[in-house]
Design a protein. Sequence first.
Length: 278
Amino acid sequence: MKSIHVGNQVLDGSHLFVMAGPCVIEDPGRTLYIGREMKRICASLGLPYVFKASFDKANRSSYSSYRGPGLEEGLKILAHIKAELQVPVVSDIHTADQAEKAAEVLDILQIPAFLCRQTDLLEAAAETGKCVNVKKGQFLAPEDMKNVVDKITHCGNENLMLTERGVTLGYHNLVVDMRSFPIMRSFGYPVVFDATHSVQLPGGSGTKSSGQRQFIGNLARAAAGSGIDGVFMEVHDNPAEALSDGPNMLYLTQVEGVLRDMAAIRAIQLKSTETVTS
C-alpha cells in the first residue's frame, strides 16, 4: 500500500487515520471548537487527524438550504483553523477552476461522490500536486473506481485515496457493500470509509436528507474489520442545530468510543492479514 503525504504527515497504514469535522463551515468559533475537540480525541487514541469541513455544499436538496460561506471566505476560515490546530485540512471542490485556489490552503482536495467521473475536475485536482480524495459515486461498482484512479495518476499524481460512502438501493436509501474495501484497496492506494454519509437517507425529508445515526457505529466497526486505512466522519457538538446533514452526523460525545473500537478491530484485522500472507 502506497504511503500518502498530507501536509507534514505521512499516512503509511500503520495507524487508522481520521478525517472529521462538521459537514459545512458554520460559525467560525464553533467550527474551530469542533476541530479542537476532534484533535484532542484523536491524540488521546494515537490516531492521525485531518480536519474536514465544506466551504460550499453545492449539492443540497433545496435551493434554499444553507451552502456555506463560499470559496473565498471558507478558505480563510480553513486557513485559520489549520494554523490554530496545526493539522492538515480537507474540503470539497466542485469545479475545475476551484482547484488551484483551494490548493493554496487545503492539504487534501476532495471530490464529491456525484462528481467522481468528471474528468476535468479530477485532472485539475491532480495537477495541483496535492493529495486527492475521491468519494465513490453512489452509482458505481467498486471496480469502476480503477478508471478514476487512472485519470489522476496519468497526470503524474499518485498521492490519492478512495472513499466508500454507500451505494443507492431503491429510493432514499444507501447500503455499504463491505467487499468494496478490499476491491478498491487492491488498486494500491489507501481506502477510507465515510461512516456518516453511509447512513444518510438522501432526500428522505423532502427538501433535505434524513439519516440513521444509530447505525454509524455498527457500520464503522464492520468497515474496520474489512480492511480500511482511514475513516471519514461528520461530527457536531449538537447535530440538531447543524446547518447541514444533522440527522447523519455523530455527536462529539460518541466519537471517542467508536474510534477506539475501530482502532482495536483494525489492529486485529491487520494482524490476521499478516498471519495469512506470511
